[in-house]
Design a protein around this ligand. Structure first.
Ligand SMILES: NC(=O)c1ccc[n+]([C@@H]2O[C@H](COP(=O)([O-])OP(=O)(O)OC[C@H]3O[C@@H](n4cnc5c(N)ncnc54)[C@H](O)[C@@H]3O)[C@@H](O)[C@H]2O)c1
Length: 350
């Protein structure tokens, strides 16, 4: 099987589950800063090569996320690759999760899984049956449960810092904000922004959301118009791959949790050339994993873990002030920060 990506990863392990017969895989991009951490994605792919591309791309993004946030964790991701249209009964789901747990355990702690598209805290409890290699357990099992709350909190910290840098005030009151994706994170963001006095316009591909948005007093924007609608701030909280070099953007500032928002690095340059300030998604979206690692791995209390999430705002202030001072972009400055951290000399135990 050919994977058309630059090979810069430490490991890609693919195994067909002995219980389920379903292929599952783990990609470890980098353990330079610590054990690799990243979500376990369970979804249908057209073929296995597509699943491999996804897990490689996503694990590399996790390295950047941790390095930019100043955390001692590396980039990893895992995938349970279903066939198109495949639906799992409860016993099959448990079987494939145990298969995946075996694969994760065989890596001896080099990779820690968390929930992602298609998996949740209850699934992490199944992965824990064969070893301590999963985070974001259900609250009933002593874990943090869903990471949406701390993710939204990190995005809000990023929004306040970026607004201060771009508009001269962190205040959201009176700002016109278009938010794409009224899901778990987007719903919390819309609520917090509206409460802070912003004019919130929601956009979502799920038509049922329109009624919800109206009931909550938000405006509505059709999904195809979301990026181009005039606003102070655009918040991408749905899917990735939304900005290429030609995307029309109607907002001055873009900050949101959606992973991998840029089609490629040229998109960041094109946004900057048009006067749009884009806060890198891998910085703004780190709150969930920052909080989960702080509580479940480092064992710190809620207040200390929350302070680490809030520190995302300081990272954003630093990136924007450097980008404005040197005439570069927040994306380039974040990339520099990631490179510096990954290449910093380290003491090696002998
Ligand atoms: N949940 C977390 O803790 C977390 C952490 C980091 C990053 N993220 C990223 O943030 C984004 C949102 O996560 P979530 O947990 O809220 O997901 P979610 O599935 O709960 O919500 C996504 C919402 O986006 C809508 N949507 C899908 N495609 C769309 C499109 N093309 N245009 C407009 N709306 C669309 C869906 O209908 C849904 O309402 C995702 O990209 C996710 O990878 C989430």
């Amino acid at each position: 099987m050919t994977v058309h990506l630059p090979w810069e990863h430490e490991q890609l392990v693919v195994r067909r589950g002995r219980r389920s017969g379903i292929p599952t895989m783990v990609a470890i991009h980098s353990t330079v800063l610590g054990p690799a951490v990243g979500g376990c994605r369970m979804k249908a792919y057209p073929d296995l090569a597509e699943a491999e591309r996804d897990v490689l791309r996503l694990s590399a993004a996790m390295t950047a996320k941790f390095a930019a946030a100043g955390l001692s964790a590396g980039g990893g991701k895992s995938v349970i690759a279903l066939e198109p249209g495949q639906r799992l009964a409860a016993d099959q789901r448990r079987a494939v999760l145990l298969d995946h747990a075996d694969l994760v355990a065989s890596l001896g702690g080099a990779y820690l899984a968390g929930p992602d598209v298609g998996t949740g805290p209850d699934d992490m409890l199944v992965l824990r049956e064969t070893g301590p290699h999963a985070v974001c357990l259900p609250e009933s099992a002593g874990g943090i449960g869903s990471s949406s709350g701390p993710t939204a909190q990190g995005v809000l910290a990023a929004l306040h810092s970026a607004s201060a840098a771009v508009f001269g005030s962190p205040d959201m009151a009176g700002r016109r904000i278009v938010l794409s994706g009224h899901g778990s994170v987007g719903g919390l963001l819309a609520q917090a922004l509206a409460t802070a006095g912003a004019e919130v316009l929601v956009s979502d591909v799920d038509p049922a959301t329109r009624e919800v948005a109206q009931r909550l007093g938000y405006g509505w924007v059709e999904p195809e118009d979301a990026t181009g609608t005039e606003a102070d701030i655009f918040v991408p909280a749905a899917v990735g791959g939304i900005f290429d070099a030609d995307t029309e953007v109607g907002a001055r500032l873009v900050v949101g949790p959606a992973n991998n928002q840029l089609v490629d690095d040229d998109a960041a340059e094109a946004l900057a050339a048009r006067g749009v300030v884009w806060v890198p998604d891998y910085v703004a979206s780190a709150g969930g994993v920052v909080y989960a690692l702080a509580r479940e791995i480092d064992g710190v209390d809620h207040a200390s873990a929350t302070a680490r999430v809030e520190a995302i705002g300081d990272v954003v202030s630093g990136l924007l002030s450097e980008a404005f001072a040197y005439g570069t972009t927040p994306h380039r400055e974040a990339g520099e920060r990631v490179r510096r951290r990954l290449n910093a000399p380290r003491r090696v135990a002998v």
